[in-house]
Design a protein around this ligand. Structure first.
Ligand SMILES: Cc1ncc(COP(=O)(O)O)c(C=O)c1O
Length: 398
């Protein structure tokens, strides 16, 4: 069977198998910094091949290559590059594609540290940066010019679940410039959204989240065509933000069940979002597959499921929000997301506290907002825990 005709979960399980040459069903961890060459010609050949898996540890081992092959297959990409964190993936893409004097368009309503990193990188490298709000398509039309070399978006956005119409932004980017369009698709996962098929040039993920899926590894990955990935791999090989082979092994193990996990995340999150929307203590719920989401039409066009992330605002602002997350038990109070267990966070004081209040508000992050990463427990248990905590938050408000 042609690999590209395989189902998603079959690809999760069987892609990248060619990198396991051991005959072991579970691949060995390649914990070696260097490799013995059989002869001088082979040493020289590997030195000239940036993809070599047995040259030098900083270039990556077969555990990383196996992980990269799986992600390339799931995203429909020619190649992928893995990194030691999601931010490192963003950083390597920016280093690979931008030169002093270039122009870059990025969204300010995204993960706070991505925004800070992009601002710092552009400042340090004399790249002119235009930060826009992501949901209004006119903002892209106004910002992109012939000198624009990189357009950056995150969809759905952390934490507000604001969407970017990937197809439309890709069209505008190509009409108005020769820029590379980069999409952070962490919240969606390749199961729910495949940006390259919608016209993006590079897709990237914090693999720390759903791709790893078990809250036990920090990692990043980006994917695209061979030419772009060679540029990123070159930047990567000099900067050196590589994955540890054990981290790559954990990622391969985690991603083998991505399809199954995300199906359950989708199912549970839609039920929880619906429950919250009907709860008297809740002012507003942000979930792409709720009809009330202001960009529901975009979600229906470009996503096959809403994902596991639900954002909501409780009545009573900061106090009742903090009361709620102090009283949940099953839903653990923690940052990060995308693991098998449900977690809840208060963006204003936790994930996005590095941003000043006015910047948070500009990005739609209010003090009473909570962000839920709906896990794959039985949904009745997640809901019962939230219901109990909402009742207690109600007591604080009244
Ligand atoms: C959407 C998104 N992109 C990128 C990152 C950064 O990833 P990492 O923490 O793996 O560096 C995060 C982290 O939360 C994120 O939520």
């Amino acid at each position: 069977m042609e690999n590209k005709n395989r189902g998603f979960q079959t690809s999760c399980i069987h892609s990248g198998e060619e990198w396991n040459k051991s005959g072991h069903l579970s691949p060995p961890i390649c914990q070696s910094t260097a490799f013995e060459f059989p002869n001088t010609e082979e040493g020289a050949r590997r030195a000239a091949d940036i993809h070599a898996d047995e040259f030098y540890g900083r270039w990556g081992s077969r555990n990383e290559r196996e992980f990269e092959a799986i992600i390339a297959a799931l995203e429909g990409a020619e190649d992928a590059v893995s990194t030691s964190s999601g931010l490192a993936a963003i950083s390597m893409v920016f280093h690979a594609l931008l030169q002093p004097g270039d122009h870059c368009v990025a969204v300010h309503n995204c993960y706070s540290e991505s925004k800070i990193l992009i601002e710092e990188l552009c400042k340090q490298h004399s790249v002119e940066l235009t930060m826009i709000s992501s949901e209004d398509i006119e903002n892209y039309r106004n910002a992109i010019n012939p000198n624009t070399k990189l357009v950056y978006a995150e969809t759905p956005a952390n934490p507000t679940i604001t969407l970017v119409d990937i197809q439309e932004v890709s069209r505008i980017t190509k009409e108005q410039s020769d820029a590379i369009f980069v999409v952070d698709s962490t919240f969606a996962t390749p199961y729910n959204q495949q940006p390259l098929k919608l016209g993006a040039d590079i897709v990237l993920h914090s693999a720390t989240k759903y791709i790893g899926g078990h809250s036990d590894v920090v990692a990043g990955v980006c994917a695209g065509n061979k030419d772009l990935m060679s540029k990123v791999r070159k930047a990567f090989s000099f900067h050196g933000p590589k994955l540890d082979p054990f981290a790559a092994w954990l990622l391969c193990r985690g991603v083998r069940t991505l399809g199954l996990r995300v199906q359950k995340h989708n199912e549970n999150a839609l039920k929880i979002a619906t429950f919250l929307e009907n709860h008297p203590m809740v002012n507003k719920v942000y979930y792409p597959f709720l009809k009330s989401h202001k960009q529901h039409d975009v979600a229906a066009r470009q996503m096959t499921g809403g994902g596991g992330m639900v954002c909501f605002e409780v009545k009573g602002g900061m106090n009742s929000g903090l009361s709620l997350i102090s009283n949940v038990k099953l839903n653990k109070m923690a940052v990060s997301l995308g693991g098998y267990s449900s977690t809840i966070t208060h963006p204003a004081s936790m994930t996005h506290n590095l941003l000043p209040r006015e910047e948070r508000e500009k990005g739609g992050i209010t003090d009473g907002m909570l962000r839920l990463s709906v896990g794959i427990e039985e949904v009745e248990d997640i809901q019962a825990d939230l219901e109990n905590a909402l009742n207690q938050a109600n007591l604080v408000t009244n």
